[in-house]
Design a protein around this ligand. Structure first.
Ligand code: 13P
Ligand code: SF4
Length: 305
């Protein structure tokens, strides 16, 4: 079967089997083409609570599928590629955070949504890259412990200087690997380009950017901007999607290494296997775990609007 035939078969089967396909913006173009919805982590989380279908296939990484399951426990939730984890989500566990809590008495623990469900059970509120600033401002406490991404935390702290924000040293290995030197070289090579970066990049890189935002934020900015050239400082799929959407503009990846192997784990045949009911991994979570972990996701949606 060629790509078009596989896509047509997926579209036919998802209708027949009452399946909704959610895709994170880092998924390949041929997957976003057959998805019911493509977006950043925040948009996907909000949508997860409202989709009417009895089965949801999450083309993304494990914490995203877990979020869907927590918000719609009655649905069958399938992670398209069982190996797709987020390395940042594995950096800190429940025991570590419980162990340091006494040092941060009175602090609100803010967890990036890129964390395990277990870790979320000991945190107060989740954030995503597009909702973090709004949510941290809205929290009724000036003392915040932000985990696990210290780069996103530093970005939030720069925009919310009135709060006392402490971090731990975690982060995305893909974005954190981008160097200031790479950013300077890209800017020198493309002097007319605007540089758009994800807040998971280090502050030394982010401070050179014309815009800092989530995957959807970057796409929205590039669509609307009058500029004709852009350096894209996030997973390289975003530069590819934008090039499809805006053929009159030019998009340059900030670094060739901005590739998340986990986000790339899902292929179109994987999605076909999932809609046939043969592939992926069904997310199974203990009821108590769901109840304890979803509190901070509900709080995120309440404060994030
Ligand atoms: P977004 O919040 O922009 O969707 O980012 C999720 C992510 O994993 C970025 O690396
Ligand atoms: Fe995790 Fe980074 Fe991949 Fe996003 S890009 S899923 S934060 S490893």
């Amino acid at each position: 079967m060629n790509i078009k035939e596989i896509q047509d078969e997926i579209l036919r089967l998802k209708k027949e089997n009452d399946v909704c396909i959610l895709a994170h913006s880092y998924q390949a173009h041929e997957i976003t083409e057959i998805a019911d919805f493509t977006g950043d982590s925040y948009a996907l989380s909000k949508l997860a609570a409202t989709v009417p279908n009895k089965t949801v296939i999450m083309c993304g990484v494990r914490f995203m599928a877990e979020t869907v399951k927590m918000l719609s426990p009655e649905k069958k939730v399938i992670l398209s590629a069982p190996t797709a984890g987020c390395p940042m989500a594995e950096q800190m566990d429940k025991e570590l955070i419980e162990g340091i809590k006494p040092r941060y008495e009175g602090y609100t623990i803010v967890a990036y949504i890129n964390t395990t469900a277990e870790l979320k059970t000991v945190c107060d509120v989740c954030v995503t890259s597009s909702s973090a600033v709004k949510i941290v401002r809205a929290i009724d406490n000036d003392n915040i412990l932000f985990i696990p991404d210290c780069n996103l935390g530093a970005y939030v702290a720069s925009l919310v200087p009135e709060k006392n924000i402490k971090f731990l040293q975690g982060g995305c290995p893909v974005h954190a690997a981008v160097t200031r030197q790479q950013a300077e070289t890209a800017k020198a090579l493309h002097p007319d380009a605007e540089m758009l970066v994800h807040p998971e990049c280090r502050p030394a890189v982010a401070e050179l950017a014309d815009y800092i935002g989530s995957t959807s934020g970057i796409m929205e900015y590039a669509r609307k901007s009058d500029s004709k050239e852009f350096i894209i400082g996030t997973e390289n799929s975003i530069a590819e999607h934008l090039q499809y959407e805006c053929p009159d503009k030019k998009f340059y990846p900030l670094s060739k290494s901005l590739i998340c192997e986990n986000m790339k784990a899902t292929t179109l045949p994987d999605v076909l296997a999932c809609v046939k009911g043969e592939g992926g991994e069904e997310i199974v979570m203990d009821e108590q775990l769901i109840a304890d972990a979803r509190k901070c996701i509900d709080k995120m949606i309440e404060l994030g609007g």
